[in-house]
Design a protein around this ligand. Structure first.
Ligand code: NAP
Length: 254
């Protein structure tokens, strides 16, 4: 029986876990950071909370005799991905990153790419606008410096405390979000800009397509630097990689 650790918090991590569930040769654990109050139900045993940096993760890999580590975290979760690379190297564990390819703008998109949230605030400019913020609730702080805008904020858990601005509406929702519903949302709130991450995948692409259809500017946070480790873009490829990795682990008698 090979023990597999998936670093999750994404749809892809859940899908990979589903794929591995029921396999007689692997015991899969899915790791979540514990950010959301009511995490989605997962198909395999879950552990919740940080490991205590790269050293803590390396100690966990050794103690649990993990044969392969799959980093299926969100492309903006750069710290845990860096830790995974260091920990896997330190513990001599095979590592694969499962990363969604980024979205690319088409000729009809109006993207303004920025490096971080303060730069997104700058890009909105001084004149009041109606802005849809599709960011994590912990990333909203810098928008307090631009209280002239009307904000529509969507998050999985409540934004607490709320932004100290006069005009903010909060929606609680968990994706996926279809393009037609996103278009209606943007129209209903008179949005003239959205601020988003280049998450990739289909579940949250609806807002990007809707902004394009409505001619609305998308202020897109660039992806952070991620470690250069073997990586694949799909659950199928990750499952195939795992078969190879486990065959070679078995051949070494580990
Ligand atoms: N960032 C996003 O935009 C985003 C969007 C959707 C989902 N998520 C998911 O939310 C989680 C946290 O994201 P983040 O951006 O806050 O991460 P991060 O900044 O890269 O990580 C911060 C710390 O959180 C802990 N951590 C992160 N992911 C973990 C996991 N899967 N299992 C156990 N501990 C984890 C680690 O603590 P220790 O150092 O103590 O181990 C890590 O050092 C990730 O699972 C990610 O996949 C993130």
């Amino acid at each position: 029986m090979h023990r597999i650790l998936i670093l999750g918090g994404t749809l892809e991590a859940r899908r990979l876990a589903e794929r591995l569930r029921g396999r007689a040769d692997v015991a899969t654990t899915l790791s979540l950071a514990g950010r959301t109050a009511h995490p989605a139900v997962q198909p395999v045993p879950v552990r919740i909370g940080g490991f205590g940096g790269a050293e803590g993760l390396a100690a966990y890999l050794r103690a649990e005799r993990i044969a392969a580590l799959i980093d299926a975290t969100h492309p903006y979760a750069a710290t845990i991905s860096a830790n995974a690379a260091r920990a896997a190297a330190a513990a001599g564990v095979r590592l694969l990153a499962l990363r969604r390819p980024p979205w690319r703008p088409t000729a009809y998109d109006r993207w303004t790419e920025v490096t971080d949230v303060p730069a997104a605030v700058q890009a909105l400019g001084a004149a009041p606008r109606h802005v849809f913020l599709a960011l994590g609730r912990k990333e909203l702080g810098p928008f307090a410096t631009a209280p002239q805008h009307h904000y529509l904020v969507r998050s999985v858990d409540p934004v607490d405390p709320p932004l100290p601005v006069a005009h903010a509406i909060y929606l609680l929702a968990r994706g996926p979000f279809a393009e037609a519903a996103e278009r209606e949302l943007l129209l209903a709130h008179g949005s003239d800009a959205i601020v988003a991450k280049n998450s990739g995948g289909e579940a949250t692409y609806g807002k990007i397509a809707a902004a394009r259809a409505l001619g609305i500017e998308t202020i897109m946070l660039r992806r952070p630097q991620l470690p250069a480790v073997p990586s694949v873009a799909s659950v199928d490829e990750a499952a195939a990689w795992l078969d190879h990795a486990l065959a070679s682990v078995a051949a070494r008698g580990v």
